[in-house]
Design a protein around this ligand. Structure first.
Ligand code: MF3
Ligand code: CO
Length: 247
């Protein structure tokens, strides 16, 4: 697990604050009638105006700033003029920002207008999965304690956990070791070390856990076509607790 210097941590906090601000800005734009491409353009301008770099753009050939994943899309939905938000949709917006060589990564799932109670519950449970997991993220403990807590909370609410995608270490690059799964046993994974920065990101399905990769090579959708939600923050583990950097 990584261990940034105090000076790097200052930049890390700034990267994460810009990520959070970009998500809050995205939230103000979400309404029926806007395309995910228009959303992407505006968020890109916001990040650049903040003095940061949209880190997803060009990453392994990814063509946009945000991932805009609507309804049954779990992650990595490519923004498109053809995808126009409508009342009752849910959309997860995933943003990664680079600021002076340090990375922030966060995701929120937003309602579009009035949504069904079932979708509202999915959004709330997915967010709460993050907080249940982080309660178990402690120096000297196994990372599996966090993973197990997330899985238990999701499944006890009747939802399922995506297996193919996991959280990750983050810092001087977007993806660093270790993997941070949202499922598993308390005895799984490495021992958590002081000062580690991690992206914790439950991806929770309303129906079955199984997913497909779309033909565009990026979008991941549920096989049963039911909705999926995603909630992510970049966190910093200290000996006194967890600092949530993108909140
Ligand atoms: N938050 C996503 C992740 O951790 C961002 C990936 S978008 C990509 O995988 F295009 F950069 F891959
Ligand atoms: Co991430």
């Amino acid at each position: 697990m990584n261990n940034l210097t105090p000076a790097e941590l200052v930049l890390m906090r700034k990267a994460c604050q810009i990520t959070r601000d970009a998500l809050n800005y995205a939230e103000t734009l979400i309404k029926p009638g806007i395309s995910t491409k228009a959303l992407d353009n505006l968020v890109e301008k916001f990040i650049i105006n903040s003095g940061a770099i949209p880190a997803c753009k060009g990453y392994e050939g990814y063509p946009a700033t945000i991932c805009a994943s609507v309804n049954d899309t779990v992650v990595h939905g490519i923004p498109s003029e053809k995808v126009i938000l409508k009342e009752g949709d849910i959309i997860s917006v995933d943003i990664v920002v680079e600021y002076k060589g340090l990375y922030g990564d966060a995701t929120r799932t937003f309602p579009v207008g009035k949504i069904s109670p079932e979708k509202a519950k999915l959004i709330e449970v997915t967010k709460q999965c993050f907080f249940e997991g982080v309660k178990h993220l402690k120096v000297g403990h196994r990372l599996g304690e966090l993973s197990n807590a997330i899985q238990k909370y999701a499944e006890s609410n009747g939802f399922s956990v995506v297996r193919e995608l996991v959280g990750h270490g983050i810092g001087k690059s977007m993806h660093e070791p270790p993997n941070v799964p949202n499922y598993g046993k308390v005895t799984d994974g490495p021992i958590v070390t002081e000062n580690a920065c991690l992206a914790v990101e439950p991806m929770i399905n309303m129906g079955r856990k199984d997913v497909w990769l779309l033909e565009d090579g990026w979008g991941v959708v549920t096989r049963d076509g039911k909705a999926s939600a995603h909630y992510e923050n970049t966190v910093h583990v200290t000996k006194d607790g967890v600092e949530i950097l993108t909140l």
